[in-house]
Design a binder for this molecule. Sequence first.
Ligand code: ADP
Ligand code: MG
Length: 360
Amino acid sequence: MTQPFLQIQGIRKEYGTVVAVQNVNLDVEKGEFLTFLGPSGSGKSTTLYILAGFDNPTAGDIKLNGATLLSTPSHQRNIGMVFQRYTLFPHLSVGENIAFPLRVRRKPKAEVDAKVRQMLRLVRLEGYEDRKPANMSGGQQQRVALARALAYDPPVLLMDEPLSALDKKLREEIQYEIRRIHQQTGVTILYVTHDQEEALRLSDRIAVFSKGVIDQIGTGPELYANPATRFVAEFIGDSNFLPCEILSSAPGRASISICDTMTVPDVPMHGSASGSKASVMLRPERLFLSKASPDKGVPVTVSDITFLGNNIHVVTRTGKGHELSVRLPFGHEAIAGLSRGDAVWLRFDAEAAHVFGDSR
Ligand code: ADP
Ligand code: MG
């Protein structure tokens, strides 16, 4: 078996009585773009800082090419880092900022100059060498920070919410730049964000953090199609949840009853339920509406219809008041003649449903 490039093994970090992260296990491939995604306070930065060596874990190990990094001080780990706030040296020019990590490593001047030019080209800031950071936009400053972090060819680059101080348009522009730079350099990137769209756009794989643990690791499509926990299902993409009753279950599957009106056999089930009560998750684009009474379905009332260009968003309500969003493609036959207040049937395929028990 080949050696994983970067290994995070059983990491736990306590701050006094606060357990910031626990049981974090992760193998990262060389050249991979892996994102830590999760809400504020879920332990993303803590894990990243332990990798950077700013902090030591309470338990666990991290290994690069099979050797522990914990005994190596931060500045000798050769790991690049870019933070949310621009951390450029304000009194140094752009060129001097990028040259800084090379000067610290006592590289010859000719090599430093060549590298600075190469890095400026990489982040598309040729001609800005003599500017001071204060005279540049936020997006440009983050590109300088990226150039500086990559200047000494670190095998791993860590980025902690590097775009969250920028506005949406600039953020998307730099996301595209980061993707290009990742592809051009082949550097392994560990990236932190709380923005699911950013994570989906950038990453090869995503580790979803919740309350100090990783709930699930996978590609964007894997997490979307097969969320391991209710939290992942809610955090990635849009989702509807309805209470349901478990009629029978086998490992990973369940037959359920919804709203006392619809029985769905053999639905994928995640976690286990302590009793017969559980929740069923349905993605808005996997639901259908029909006016004719079908063999099976949930009776709902249409409470709102919104035209969104390429799709139409229909909000429906069950008899018990549970709201369900339905997204139909523009021109879908079910839309014709549909108006607010209509009583319709909601349908879906069993494979589109996911049951979540109340215990993991
Ligand atoms: P994230 O980056 O996902 O927003 P953090 O890793 O920063 O989350 O924080 C995880 C948890 O650890 C939070 O509850 C936070 O308050 C706590 N924490 C982080 N750093 C410290 C610290 N230096 N001292 C005490 N608690 C901390
Ligand atoms: Mg953070």
